[in-house]
Design a protein around this ligand. Structure first.
Ligand code: K7E
Ligand code: CUA
Length: 658
């Protein structure tokens, strides 16, 4: 029997048993206290009465409640929106397990404070400018053969066109890359089925390199969209910028993307929402941007043969622009790399079905979900059967010859996810529901209200060739009356839904008070194999033992040409040395090792007034460089409550005046 069914049965069995026992003791324990709701010995009936819980509430609770010490079956990686982080959430408990610092300095992890993580953040500078925030939208787990492999996670920064690489070995950001070709991205991050490439697509077009051009005169000629294909080197665990490339697009405001899989492997599909070529100017005699964008009935689905594009690039057919090889439009057209298919009004989500045969598109201003057939699209491309061309010369296929059908879903369809039974789950923003429908028969099966204004939704293993069904999270933008009031800025509401049965069942509301998370991916927890501790002396960013590693009894201070080097160790409950003596104006280079190998024995290291704050996980080596430009006495101490003598884990930085 399939494990989910067993699980569901046992849950339902329990639910029924308690249902039968409403009015009698369910747990068998004798109720000795009144229905106070808090007494440990209360019967289930008393508790239900005291807390005003229905049988359905108890059923839902039993499906999410995770007793102390038990683990979750899935982990969800959610974008942290403009918090610039990634949030790790256990499912079904909906317990937050970690915030992973990505684009934003984060004190708990000491991220952005030591030399190592400063260099990661520096990789995300654009035009030499420091950026201390990001608008993270779409996390993408690495895949092998179209299934999540649990090794890496990628996420984009929509605002500043950046991609980050997180290694799931230690849940730490290792690299941030950006090209100075485009000005912001949205169709990112999405991976090809073997993670050969991480895809990043423009949202708002700019002239390449963000150079100046007046849209009133030169929008059509100078402004451009692009898809960047970042080459991922799995053995190094890093993006290889030199081996990456871009494909030029007309300035149609490309939206989301999804890579083909199985039969459609080698292709990637991008939406666009501005075939009108609107650029704003509501005080310059133009209609407001939003109405300009919505004039045409059809926009263009971009169908890209990325394998062909990679071949052409590697054959030298690209042009180097701002440090990246770009396949220009005329080459893409001539070589049939880029083809358009008309798609309905202001599309947002584009999602390839698990078998790779269908492409589900939702137009925000259309009540339908449209199912495009890859086979039909491919047949037209192969036969050179084009209906027309756009004004840039890109061939356009026939809409009706490209679709398998349409299904009336409701108001404001956005994104779609899949289960293991051939069903699709689409978020309807305006109707504020999840609609479940059959991909095969194009029939609506069920609708579940959400609270409120659902954006993305994520199903267990929902973007793979083997979705699990079981759980779905509705990621709702508004929370109005769901939680205690906390002022005018409200958390988002993540609603956990059981999708194991015919009807969807709402299980739990989880407030998420960080940024505006857009998308998430949910992976089977047993696919993840993080390390417990670092190899002694390991630099988490290089992944190898640091040349500055400090071993026990080798602690020392050395004055060198480039500054005062302090080789320090941390172990419960002292730093060695615990006094650092330097002179005003000295450059100080601290090399600190947590020489413990005990799981969870993390130390912190902070120095008063110098903005120094490290997190030293067991085995970790960290470096920090600063100029001792203020003479005086500055306490330093451990910021993690590591031991009974944690408060004693301290010392002084003594900066002798000139
Ligand atoms: Cu719909 Cu950026 Cu994926 Cu937000 S996006 S919801
Ligand atoms: Cu080490 Cu507190």
């Amino acid at each position: 029997m399939h494990p989910p069914v067993v699980l569901l049965r046992s849950f339902l069995g329990l639910g029924l048993a308690c249902g039968v026992l409403v009015g009698a003791a369910c747990s068998g324990s004798k109720s000795s206290s009144g229905p106070t709701g808090g007494a440990a010995s209360s019967s289930l009936t008393d508790l239900m009465k005291a807390r005003n819980l229905s049988e359905a509430d108890v059923n839902a609770a039993l499906k999410t409640y995770t007793p102390s010490g038990r683990m979750d079956e899935y982990l969800t990686f959610a974008s942290g929106g403009h918090g610039g982080q990634v949030i790790v959430i256990g499912v079904p408990s909906m317990r937050i397990l970690k915030y992973i610092a990505v684009f934003t300095p984060e004190p708990w992890q000491g991220y952005g404070f030591d030399d190592q993580t400063k260099s990661v953040l520096a990789g995300g500078k654009r035009f030499a400018k420091d950026l201390t925030w990001a608008d993270t939208h779409h996390p993408a787990l690495s895949e092998t053969g179209g299934d999540y492999d649990g090794q890496f996670l990628f996420i984009n920064d929509k605002a500043n066109a950046r991609i980050a690489v997180i290694d799931l070995k230690d849940f730490t950001t290792k690299q941030i890359v950006t090209s100075e070709l485009i000005g912001g991205d949205h169709g990112a991050a999405f991976v090809t089925p073997n993670t050969d490439y991480v895809i990043e697509t423009t949202q708002y077009p700019v002239p390449f390199g963000s150079t100046y051009a007046d849209p009133a005169k030169e929008f059509k000629e100078k402004f451009r969209g692009a898809a960047i294909f970042w080459k991922f080197d799995r053995t190094k665990g890093r993006i290889d910028k030199e081996a990456s490339f871009a494909i030029e697009f007309p300035p149609y405001t490309q939206d989301l993307a999804d890579a083909g899989k199985l039969v459609s492997d080698g292709y990637v599909f991008f939406n666009s929402i501005n075939t009108e070529l609107t650029w704003g100017g509501n005080q310059e005699g133009n209609p407001p941007m939003e109405s300009g964008y919505s004039k045409n009935d059809m926009d263009y689905l971009h169908v890209v043969n990325w394998k062909k594009a990679a071949e052409l690039i590697n054959a030298g057919k690209g042009e180097m622009i701002n440090g990246i090889r770009v396949l220009r439009l005329p080459t893409s057209i001539a070589e049939h790399v880029l083809t358009f298919v008309p798609e309905s009004k202001s599309p947002h989500g584009v999602d390839v079905s698990p078998d790779g045969q269908d492409i589900v598109i939702s137009g925000k201003l259309d009540t339908h979900g449209t199912v495009f057939s890859f086979a039909k699209i491919k047949a037209q491309i192969d036969a050179g059967k084009f209906e027309t061309k756009d004004s840039y010369g890109v061939p356009v296929l026939s809409f009706k010859d490209s679709i398998r059908g349409q299904v009336e879903l409701g108001l404001g369809p956005l994104h779609s996810q899949f289960d293991d039974k051939g069903n699709v789950y689409t978020s309807l923003f305006l109707e504020t529901v999840v609609v479940k429908w059959s991909l095969k028969d194009l029939k609506v099966i069920d609708k579940l209200p959400t609270h409120y204004n659902i954006g993305h939704l994520v199903a267990a293993e929902g973007d793979t060739i083997h979705p699990d069904g079981k759980y779905l999270i509705a990621m709702n933008k508004w929370a109005l009356d769901r939680f205690n009031k906390v002022g005018p800025l409200l958390p988002q509401n993540f609603q956990l839904v059981d999708i194991g049965g015919e009807k969807m069942q709402l299980l739990y509301d989880m407030p998420l008070p960080l940024g505006e998370p857009h998308y998430a991916q949910m992976i089977k927890a047993d696919k993840l194999k993080p390390v417990d501790v670092y190899t002694p002396g390991e630099d988490p960013i290089t992944g190898v033992v640091s040349p500055n590693v400090v071993e026990a009894n080798k602690e020392r201070v050395e004055r060198k040409a480039d500054g005062v080097h302090v080789y320090m160790t941390a172990i419960r409950s002292h730093f060695t040395p615990d006094i650092i003596r330097v002179k005003e104006g000295d450059t100080v280079k601290l090399h600190v090792d947590n020489i413990e190998q005990a799981y969870d024995a993390t130390h912190g290291f902070a120095i008063d007034s110098y903005n120094i704050n490290l997190s030293l996980e067991p085995g970790e080596h960290s470096d920090v460089t600063f100029v001792a430009d203020r003479a005086g006495v500055f306490p330093m101490y451990c910021t993690e409550f590591c031991s009974a003598l944690h408060l004693e884990m301290a010392g002084y930085l003594l900066v002798e005046p000139k």
